[in-house]
Design a protein around this ligand. Structure first.
Ligand SMILES: [Zn+2]
Length: 189
């Protein structure tokens, strides 16, 4: 049995000709080549590891969300913690705890978005996985139907974590992949 993956709806049409590989190499070869060009122009910024703006951003891994560009962030400004859905899992709490306690961040910004792939999944995904591979994953899929409520739940998980010393500046947003605009979600509304 195979898992059915429903393609996410996207506003723009897909790439007209999906050819990430120009010269017959793998996509990773292309990335490594891009890195050579990057490093050629790179100068040591002389920063330490503590984010300049003392903020950690937790966001979905969605390819249409360019966090640094969308939020006006520069190199060294913030921690970025990303996963499918921007879900506040135990491992995200682990990263936030290190971010705040060891690396000096104070604020947390959560960014979910419209058209998220998790909206097209259900917890059935786990059961289908179990049937296919004979083992049920320990993690929840964390699928959702209401993105606003999902952001509120994420804010609540950060706010109530016993490990985080700084929970007075936690804000959550939905990024619209069609307009590029953030819409703030208020915890109690
Ligand atoms: Zn997403």
């Amino acid at each position: 049995m195979t898992i059915t993956v429903i393609p996410m709806s996207t506003s723009a049409s897909a790439h007209p000709s999906p050819s990430p590989i120009a010269d017959g190499g793998s996509v990773t070869d292309r990335l490594v080549e891009a890195n050579r060009r990057y490093a050629a122009d790179f100068t040591d910024p002389g920063m330490d590891a503590r984010p300049v703006l003392r903020v950690a951003v937790v966001a979905c891994m969605d390819a249409r969300l360019d966090l640094h560009a969308a939020l006006g962030l520069e190199l060294g400004d913030c921690h970025t913690i990303r996963n499918a859905g921007g879900v506040v899992t135990d491992d995200v709490i682990r990263s936030l705890t290190i971010s705040q306690r060891a690396l000096g961040t104070r604020s947390v910004v959560l960014v979910h978005h419209t058209g998220c792939g998790l909206e097209s999944l259900t917890e059935d995904f786990r059961h289908e996985l179990e049937q296919e591979v004979g083992q049920r994953p320990a993690w929840a899929v964390e699928s959702f139907r209401d993105v606003d409520q999902d952001v509120r739940q994420s804010m609540q998980r950060v706010r109530t974590s016993p490990f985080l010393p700084h929970t007075d500046d936690i804000r959550g947003f939905v990024f619209d992949v069609r307009t590029g605009l953030l819409r703030e979600i208020h915890p109690a509304s």
